[in-house]
Write a protein that binds this ligand. Structure first.
Ligand code: IPE
Ligand code: IPE
Ligand code: MG
Length: 260
């Protein structure tokens, strides 16, 4: 399967020679979320330290972002660090922070060139100050952009997100600003970190685990799932296309009946 890129300036264009038919374009997901798993296993299976897997994983991020934007996706959400990942050894966490800061600084030029709208979800206030500074800079610089939304999940946990939303809603009720009877799905959604974002249409997980690992539990209620055994550092354009191809054949019923 081949998709045509949206702009001819993208480096990804060379990989996407064939035009994207309007039928296939209609079947593209608007929002793709990815659980980028398997960096450590990728490295260890090659006799390398786990951090080398993270380094290579950052390269996959770069390629995937560019491909997603060139295909015309509206949003790409990447699970970079979960709230549970703080259980890892200090040395690995410190390398992840180093890589994150490096990514934010080095990719800013590309993010600007591709006119991406940058955002983060998660308890980002608990991240190191130097990282917060880089995040804020990129958010401000890209605020007026109209290209793909690139959202990084950093120190993200879906249960924590729901608790944070419930606390805000409970305080509104306590102050008499909200009648508990008014609480519906829209009210809850509008207090999640993802307020204003569409739910993911497609959730991809690399490295074969058949689990969600506390990612976007509310938002993926009706997302299509696609899992590959490949580790994140070896996730290629062909794998992304295979996921999109699979998505294009899914019959999304949302609890109703098939339209065909
Ligand atoms: C995903 O790869 C990256 C992060 C969670 C930060 P892992 O580090 O989980 O790699 P594996 O799953 O242990 O191989
Ligand atoms: C999920 O991967 C988190 C990220 C990819 C950032 P984990 O490696 O943390 O998930 P588990 O521990 O295998 O469920
Ligand atoms: Mg993992």
């Amino acid at each position: 399967m081949r998709f045509k890129t949206k702009t001819s300036t993208s480096n990804a264009t060379e990989h996407c020679e064939q035009p994207l038919s309007s039928e296939k374009k209609a079947n593209l997901p608007k929002h793709v979320a990815i659980i980028m798993d398997g960096n450590g296993r990728w490295a260890q299976s090659r006799g390398m330290p786990r951090i080398e897997g993270h380094r290579r994983g950052a390269k996959s991020v770069r390629k995937t972002v560019e491909l997603a934007a060139s295909l015309g996706l509206e949003q790409l959400t990447l699970y970079c660090l979960s709230s549970e990942n703080w259980k890892r050894p200090a040395a690995e966490l410190s390398f992840l922070m180093y890589l994150l800061e490096k990514y934010l600084i080095e990719e800013r030029k590309e993010i600007m060139r591709q006119k991406l709208q940058f955002s983060v979800i998660g308890r980002s206030d608990d991240l190191p100050k130097n990282i917060l500074k880089e995040i804020d800079t990129t958010i401000k610089l890209t605020a007026g952009h109209t290209g793909m939304r690139l959202c990084l999940a950093l120190n993200y946990g879906a249960r924590g997100e729901i608790i944070d939303a419930v606390k805000i809603i409970a305080k509104q009720v306590q102050r008499g600003e909200l009648d508990p009877e008014q609480i519906d799905e829209d009210v809850l959604s509008s207090h999640l970190y993802t307020a204003g974002m569409p739910d993911p249409d497609l959730l991809i997980r690399t490295s074969g685990e058949m689990r969600i690992s506390n990612f976007l539990l509310w938002q993926i209620s009706y997302s299509e799932l696609w899992v590959t055994d490949k580790h994140w550092p070896e996730f290629e354009k062909e794998d992304f296309e295979a996921a999109l191809q699979s998505y294009s054949t899914r019959n999304r019923r949302f609890g109703g009946l098939s339209s065909t």
